[in-house]
Write a protein that binds this ligand. Structure first.
Ligand SMILES: Nc1ncnc2c1ncn2[C@@H]1O[C@H](COP(=O)(O)OP(=O)(O)O)[C@@H](O)[C@H]1O
Ligand SMILES: [Mg+2]
Length: 180
């Protein structure tokens, strides 16, 4: 990364990542309502801003125009106060995030959630494998400093509430540490 001095953010940027179906959007929506931080659901933003390229027939999902998306988000991310929600994390600039939460679920829970979402065949299998092989956790570890990465299980409503509480505490601490 270039050694440019960064202007200080007024509020932190949080990344919430994990396999599709682990509960990212559910958590981010709750957090956004509670904290007033802006929830950026990347799949939706990409669609709305024409950042999707051709459809990948094998993986049955659209291919993201990452550069266009990153350019469009740069200013918002520099201001801070965002919760970024996406099922991949390696292409975001490392400097964007103050903390990274990788959500996890067990295989059967995830399988059931994806089936209710209408996933089947290879797409279902690939996503469950992605969780079994901890692909997104490894991606996070390869992309961000290990001490800002936290793994959180989100299998039950109780765990969801615990995660919300934990992230709110983290946020309070950030504001304490970054008082001007
Ligand atoms: N902690 C949880 N306990 C029980 N159900 C959950 C939990 N988190 C999410 N869900 C449910 O799992 C499904 C997938 O959640 P969602 O937030 O859409 O996942 P993602 O955004 O990661 O794809 C939804 O039906 C949601 O209600
Ligand atoms: Mg989602």
């Amino acid at each position: 990364m270039q050694n440019v001095p960064q202007t200080k953010r007024e509020a932190p940027n949080i990344l919430v990542t994990g396999t599709p179906g682990v509960g990212k959007s559910t958590l981010c929506q709750r957090l956004s309502e509670l904290t007033g931080l802006q929830w950026l659901e990347i799949s939706k933003i990409a669609k709305e801003n024409d950042c999707l390229e051709e459809y990948d027939q094998v993986y049955q999902c659209p291919v993201l125009d990452e550069d266009k998306l990153m350019d469009g988000l740069e200013e918002t991310m520099c201001r801070g106060g965002n919760i970024v929600d996406y099922h991949s994390c390696e292409f975001f600039p490392e400097r964007w995030f103050d903390v990274v939460f990788v959500l996890r679920a067990d295989n059967t829970t995830l399988y059931d959630r994806l089936v209710s979402r209408g996933y089947a065949g290879k797409k279902l299998e690939d996503n469950v494998d992605c969780e079994i092989f901890q692909t997104i956790l490894e991606e996070a570890v390869a992309s961000y400093k290990e001490d800002i990465i936290h793994q959180l299980y989100s299998r039950t409503p109780e765990e969801l509430q615990d995660n919300v509480n934990r992230i709110c505490l983290w946020l309070q601490q950030w504001f304490q540490d970054n008082q001007t």
